[in-house]
Design a protein around this ligand. Structure first.
Ligand code: FUB
Length: 327
């Protein structure tokens, strides 16, 4: 499939159906002289655009609604507007985004608007108790919203091994637990307040279980352990938590009975594409299910210049996600 957007580099697409259209909330990649490193410094993004389309098959022209938020508008941010997400509740639209604060620590912010395409007005402070990157906000059928987040290495998740409020600076950089018996670090989740602007509960760590043992996935299981890019969707009453495995470049998922998990590893949704990162969202539109993801084909393999693509996905009779339509 060709990139959906070709006049800008876009990545980390969070897709939602609002008002009968598909809205896409991606990162806006830009050129930089910063050299590639495992801390992700080259992902030096400074604003967000919102996009929408009426049709995915065939793909109708994608509208660029322009810049809806930029670094200069957000008092607490120093740099790196990374993967955003959006949500709708009680007549308002919310844009969630991770960025480094003035101390260089990733936090998650929120900006509020009346329309899915913005404009969005940012709250002056990040969400209290938020940390790391890649927020994904899921509003369940009962109206309760949850935020999933976290990312390893440059995303700093490994810096919180002693607790939500304890940032261990020595774990910054491309590090995570390793060695015999070490358990992979889990993504995080918190319930949102009714006004969608704060965490209503303490942040909890999620467990992703290996189906063969029922035990949490090991830290050295890089093909299956959580790295970044959380997403949540519901299918047939089950909760599907999907994520990137980072340095092994897969999109994978687990299935559970509660928004808090645990989620039993279910397999892969996407094999490695051109480029280092892999990030996605999954959305139902007009009765079909779509994976939004990115690769670096348009930039001919420049890791920090990515482009959003789509791919239809399916479920087999056991609820497994499959990439070919079952017979
Ligand atoms: O776009 C910057 C970072 O790269 C995102 O936050 C990660 O998920 C990865 O895609």
């Amino acid at each position: 499939m060709a990139p959906l957007i070709t006049h800008l580099y876009t990545a980390d697409p969070s897709a939602h159906v609002f008002e009968g259209k598909v809205y896409i909330y991606p990162s806006h990649d830009r050129e930089t002289d910063i050299q590639f490193n495992d801390n992700g410094d080259q992902y030096d993004m400074a604003d967000y655009h919102v996009f929408s389309t009426d049709s995915l098959d065939p793909v109708a022209p994608v509208t660029d609604h322009g810049v809806v938020l930029k670094t200069e508008d957000i008092p607490w941010v120093s740099k790196q507007l990374w993967a955003p997400d959006a949500a709708f509740k009680d007549g308002k639209y919310y844009l969630y985004f991770p960025a480094r604060d003035k101390e260089g620590i990733f936090r998650i912010g929120v900006a509020v608007g009346d329309r899915p395409e913005g404009p969005f007005k940012p709250d002056p402070e990040p969400i209290k108790g938020s940390y790391s990157i890649d927020p994904a906000t899921f509003v369940d059928e009962d109206g309760q919203a949850y935020m999933y987040f976290g990312g390893l290495w440059g995303g700093q998740l490994q810096c919180y091994q002693k607790g939500n409020d304890i940032f261990e600076a020595e774990w910054q950089g491309p590090k995570e637990p390793s060695g015999e018996g070490a358990r992979a670090l889990g993504p995080r989740v918190a319930k949102m307040t009714d006004d969608m602007r704060q965490f209503a509960t303490e942040v909890k760590e999620i467990q992703i279980l290996a189906p063969e043992t029922g035990e949490p996935i090991a830290a050295d299981d890089h093909d299956r352990r959580f790295f970044e890019a959380a997403w949540m969707h519901k299918y047939n009453g089950k909760y599907y938590f999907s994520y990137s495995t980072g340095d092994t470049h897969y999109l994978a998922y687990g299935v559970g009975d509660s928004p808090y998990g645990p989620f039993t590893y279910g397999g892969r949704i996407l094999e490695p594409v051109l480029g280092w990162t892999t990030h996605h969202s999954i959305v139902e539109f007009k009765g079909r299910w779509w994976l939004f993801h990115h690769d670096c084909e348009l930039s001919k393999g420049v890791n920090h210049l990515r482009s959003v693509k789509i791919k239809e996905i399916f479920y087999d009779k056991d609820g497994k996600i499959v990439t070919e339509k079952p017979e």
